[in-house]
Design a protein around this ligand. Structure first.
Ligand code: DX5
Ligand code: ZN
Length: 232
């Protein structure tokens, strides 16, 4: 099956929150495809970040790109509803954080968003088996969720190949996203393992170039040229 086009999805977790609207504008101007929006509740993960109000503020600021909301919260249903109202495009959640995974996926789509499941490094893929027709996106965590700036866990590559096969066998146009430790020096092999959507926080926002008015051009160009070398 033909691969979907590569999407680069910068995680705003590593952006300068004091000028978030500008940061998002800059990263999109530099060629990012999607905005990755990490929601942490200090319960499902040991960290606390941002909620629907900030998503709504980005929309009101004028962001028209897709917003990829990654819920690291438990429970999920109320926040799926709130983020759909706040302008989310994708809403993904961790299956162990929902009592009724099928219901939460359906809720996401019923509210007009693209739905997705996220699997931690040690989480098995069992939940996928009966819901392949209800997900638009599958995301594999290549770090344990909760913080930016961690190292890529290599076993994710094997898991990616497994999910790639499941997607291809299913015949559905499901995106395969990777989140955590994605850098210019590993993005090519991540694509070769099957991913078509690449979250990167510290690698992108940490590479801000003050001397270039298009702050993030060089890192995003480097990502694209590495992706173009992939043998898929
Ligand atoms: C981690 C978050 C990631 C994080 C990635 O829990 O889900 O999106 O921001 O950060 P980097 O790219 O720095 O590993
Ligand atoms: Zn994330």
């Amino acid at each position: 099956m033909a691969r979907l086009p590569d999407f680069i999805s910068p995680s705003i977790l590593s952006a300068d929150f004091a000028s978030l609207g500008q940061e998002v504008d800059n990263v999109l101007k530099s060629g990012a495809d999607v905005v990755h929006f990490d929601v942490m509740d200090n319960h499902y993960v040991p960290n606390l970040t941002i909620g629907p109000l900030v998503c709504d503020a980005l929309r009101k600021h004028g962001v028209t790109a897709e917003i990829d909301v990654h819920l690291m919260v438990q429970p999920v249903d109320q926040l799926i509803t709130d983020f759909a109202k706040a302008g989310a495009s994708y809403v993904t959640f961790h299956p162990e954080a929902s009592k009724h995974v099928d219901r939460s996926l359906q809720l996401t789509r019923d509210l007009g968003c693209k739905s997705g499941l996220v699997f931690n490094p040690a989480t098995s893929l069992n939940e996928l088996e009966y819901v392949m027709d209800k997900v638009d996106l599958i995301m594999l965590m290549s770090v344990n969720p909760g913080f930016g700036g961690q190292s890529f866990i290599p076993s994710t590559l094997t898991k990616l190949k497994q999910v790639r096969k499941m997607i291809d066998d299913s015949g559905f146009d499901i995106r395969l996203e990777v989140d955590g430790g994605v850098k210019a020096n590993n993005i090519k092999e991540i694509k070769e393992a099957g991913a078509d959507m690449f979250v990167a926080g510290s690698a992108i926002f940490g590479a801000r170039n003050e001397s270039d008015e298009n702050h993030y051009d060089s890192i995003i160009t480097e990502f694209r040229s590495e992706l173009a070398k992939a043998n898929v």
